[in-house]
Design a protein around this ligand. Structure first.
Ligand code: FAD
Length: 251
């Protein structure tokens, strides 16, 4: 059993009313890019467990400090509003061991890597894309970030830096579903795959012969995208049965 270690809030950034990033100093916690931590705060009196914990993907690349987590506040949720109210210097706990198989060592070779995220599901891709691994393993990398409103397209500076550093190898395609936004596809990921708009904008084929797709975030997007990809012969990847699609659902 992994044990809780005490970290310290090193910084906080509020992107919009409900979107936050929290930086946490906890040098003893290590991870592989794409994995998630378990963040915790003392549980309310009467709870069965002493800590109230939830999984959160690391946004920072490994070997960088502090750790960073990108999350949205669910007003009725027991933990996310408390995390959002933390201030620099406050304690926050993490399980010492990171978890998850949503990482480059688990993904088979292909010509192109497609990273498809909704909302805060962007986080693990920012960790992965700031390591050398995907750039050595794939000829082309596409990052897709789908949100409701343009103001939810966080981390644009980080994405612009990746783009500048990996010019010619990287494409970024934003989606905004509820308003028109210049440069973004209006709508949802599964429909834009089915009607060819997404591949046209990225300039990279999304096929079983060419690509591996990593899907992260909203379970509805993950499920619907998986069905569209299945129709193209792209199967879920498992260690024992290699395929073309790797998933991480947030709820
Ligand atoms: C492997 C994994 C990694 C995760 N990484 C992240 C992350 O990096 N960032 C992040 O914001 N969340 C992430 N989550 C979700 C996170 O663990 C919490 O569930 C979320 O922050 C809400 O916590 P809560 O205690 O306030 O409410 P909870 O009791 O956990 O959730 C209440 C309800 O809100 C819904 N819900 C949960 N998460 C979300 C969400 N992100 N957006 C909309 N609805 C949601 C679900 O229906 C859930 O039943 C991850 C979940 C998993 C399984």
């Amino acid at each position: 059993m992994s044990k809780w270690v005490e970290g310290k809030v090193a910084g906080k950034h509020q992107w919009s009313e409900r979107l936050f990033s929290l930086q946490v100093a906890a040098p003893e916690v290590t991870f592989i890019a794409g994995q998630f931590a378990r963040l915790g705060l003392p549980a309310p009196p009467g709870a069965k467990e002493p800590m109230l914990g939830r999984p959160y993907s690391f946004v920072n690349p490994p070997q960088s400090a502090p750790h960073e987590f990108y999350f949205n506040v669910l007003p009725e949720g027991p933990l996310s509003p408390r995390l959002a109210s933390l201030a620099p210097g406050d304690p926050v706990w993490l399980l010492e061991r990171a978890n998850g198989f949503f990482s480059m060592p688990e993904v088979p070779d292909a010509a192109a890597l497609w990273c498809l995220a909704t909302g805060t599901g962007l986080g693990p891709f920012l960790a992965i894309l700031r390591t050398d691994d995907p750039w050595e393993k794939f000829e082309r990398v596409v990052l897709v970030h789908a949100v409701r409103y343009a103001r939810d397209l966080s981390y644009s500076d980080t994405i612009a830096r990746i783009s500048a550093q990996r010019a010619g190898q990287f494409s970024f395609v934003p989606f905004v579903s509820r308003e028109a936004q210049h440069g973004a596809i209006r709508g949802r990921i599964p429909e834009a795959i089915a009607d060819g708009r997404l591949e046209a904008q990225a300039g990279v084929p999304l096929t079983a012969e060419n690509a591996h797709a990593m899907l992260c975030g909203n379970p509805e997007m993950v499920r619907d995208t998986q069905s569209v990809l299945e129709r193209r012969g792209m199967r879920r990847h498992r260690r024992r049965e290699p395929g073309h699609v790797t998933l991480e659902t947030y709820w």
